[in-house]
Design a protein around this ligand. Structure first.
Ligand code: SF4
Length: 222
């Protein structure tokens, strides 16, 4: 992998990485517990600046009290805040999820909309959240979700041309979309998140046991 890698070589390497991820993680899915599109949407809004583990502890309580958009739309702001408190930024998040539920009831007949244009009109929903819901629940590969794990791994694996800012999610997403087939966009982000948690952590990547090592330019660099 010495010298500048051509886009063809990078696309081939990305294919091998995908194959290895499928072998290691099978049908890796979203780590946020959910039973329907509404639960996934709300859980994804709550996951901003939080961990999936924390969100998964909070959502069973939240959805027991408010199982659908109709019930959450009329919930008291303070009651919701109390439940979602552990996820951080709880005042803004409570405002967003109640507001999103209201809009779903008022504008979308109580159903989570299935287009990115409609989803981003909901409070607290940016392109990343919309991508998660569309890709994970509705099976629409409209983009690659770039969270902190995906950004870090795309950089270490040199699947992005952007090595300066691993938080530049839009650029990283665009780079990944150039070399990964569209049908694999959602899968790639789920699998990289699992790999980032289990093997290639931020502080101590386990290169010696990593399945991707022979295709990773950063192998052993830590
Ligand atoms: S070889 Fe090391 S740096 Fe590369 S993906 Fe594996 S754990 Fe991460």
């Amino acid at each position: 992998m010495a010298g500048r890698e051509t886009i063809i070589a990078r696309t081939e390497r990305a294919k091998r990485i995908l194959r290895k991820l499928r072998k290691a993680y099978g049908d890796a899915d979203c780590a946020l517990t959910h039973k329907n599109a509404f639960e996934l949407l709300i859980a994804t809004i709550l996951s901003a600046q939080s961990t999936d583990e924390t969100v998964n502890k909070v959502t069973p309580i939240l959805f027991k009290a408010y199982p659908d958009a109709d019930s959450l739309a009329v919930a008291g702001q303070e009651d919701v805040q109390e439940i979602i408190h552990p996820t951080g930024f709880f005042r803004q998040k409570a405002k967003n999820i109640v507001g999103a539920a209201r809009r779903i009831v008022d504008e979308f007949e109580g159903q989570v909309p299935e287009s990115i244009e409609e989803l981003v009109t909901l409070p607290g929903v940016a392109r990343k959240t919309a991508n998660v819901v569309l890709g994970t629940w509705f099976g629409k590969n409209v983009g690659v979700v770039v969270d902190t794990h995906v950004g870090r791994l795309a950089d270490r694996l040199r699947l992005t041309w952007n090595h300066k800012d691993t938080k530049d999610a839009i650029r990283i997403e665009r780079d990944l979309m150039r070399i990964i087939p569209q049908k694999d966009w959602t899968y790639l982000s789920h699998a990289l998140i699992w790999h980032g948690r289990k093997v290639c952590s931020a502080r101590k990547p386990a290169c010696e046991t990593c399945e991707l090592a022979t295709d990773c330019p950063s192998e052993g660099a830590f």
